[in-house]
Design a binder for this molecule. Structure first.
Ligand SMILES: O=C(O)CCC(=O)C(=O)O
Ligand SMILES: [Fe+2]
Length: 295
């Protein structure tokens, strides 16, 4: 059987017709990001002298024994050149389609966690009109040039089709310079909505088409572009925006963090229960997927 490659994970499933209707009422809600920022996305900067992700990522890479200080110093401690300094071949993707370094960062040091929480409290929370909950375990991505095991079409998706509540905000924070294929492609909100609409909001169909329908793939590419950003920049976007990782054929490693946050009041707007679609079936609620306390 042909391996189904349309999925980044398991697509949201509905218990009944009513459940899907309830989902759609959330999905069709007004964009919160447009309400707050008057735009479908918001890009800004923070002071990397105060919030030291880079230094702490390097410390963590040394502690986990992925690199040596001596070798990395040959490349001026430039994270973009990390793939040239790794001790062994940790760049390849395994069956879960991740590399060992990205996986190891799910369990990360207290110092990175502290930096993360400081970033949320000092930089992100003040942008919102009320307190927010944040994703407890941030996703770090180490995206190396020409990764072995990467053999699928760009997997456009919105996190909502993977079970996330439509009231979230997506945040994407690069720790290297990102451009071209080492970056994430993003489609504006309006265009994304149109594409999903053209599939009758059937995410299985959408996932299938992103892999096998050539003219559909062409349109997705035409209507999206790779984020061009530097360390110290971050972007917040509407969770309905389509986005994808690409096969990195640049000469640079990309390291980024992606997280989701939600405003306190939005939790009361869920029309149904939202859970992760993987094995854990974790509720998108404080004390589970989100932080226990709002900040
Ligand atoms: O960074 C990427 O390549 C993908 C990130 C993503 O899917 C997300 O931020 O939801
Ligand atoms: Fe995503």
């Amino acid at each position: 059987m042909m391996k189904k490659k349309g999925h980044m994970g398991k697509t949201i499933a509905f218990e009944s017709k009513e459940d899907r209707e309830l989902f759609l009422s959330d999905y069709n809600s007004l964009s919160l990001i447009e309400k707050i920022f008057s735009k479908w996305m918001h890009q800004s900067k923070y002071d990397t002298k105060k919030i030291k992700f880079k230094e702490n990522i390097i410390k963590e890479l040394l502690k986990k024994d992925f690199i040596t200080k001596k070798k990395f110093s040959d490349y001026n401690f430039e994270l973009e050149k990390l793939h040239l300094c790794l001790k062994s071949d940790l760049k390849n993707l395994d069956e879960s389609e991740q590399n060992e370094i990205s996986i190891s960062f799910y369990e990360t040091s207290d110092i990175i966690k502290e930096t993360y929480i400081e970033f949320i409290k000092k930089i992100i929370s003040p942008l919102f009109p009320e307190e927010i909950y944040y994703q407890v375990v941030p996703t770090f991505r180490f995206h190396f040039p020409n990764q072995k095991g990467y053999d699928w079409q760009d997997r456009y998706h919105t996190d909502i089709m993977l079970g996330h509540p439509p009231y979230e905000f997506n945040l994407w924070i690069p720790f290297t310079k990102v451009y071209g294929t080492n970056s994430m492609r993003l489609m504006p909100f309006k265009e994304s909505k149109k594409v999903i609409e053209s599939c009758n909001k059937d995410f299985e169909l959408f996932a299938e088409k992103t892999q096998y329908d050539e003219s559909f793939i062409y349109e997705l590419k035409k209507n999206s572009s790779p984020l061009e950003m530097n360390y110290g920049d971050f972007i917040i976007f509407d969770p309905r925006c389509l986005h994808c990782t690409q096969y990195n054929d640049t000469k640079d490693t990309r390291i980024s963090m992606d997280i989701r946050i939600i405003m306190k009041s939005a939790l009361n707007n869920y029309s149904r229960e939202y859970r992760t679609t993987g094995r854990k079936k974790m509720p998108f609620l404080p004390g589970h997927y989100f932080s226990k306390y709002a900040v």
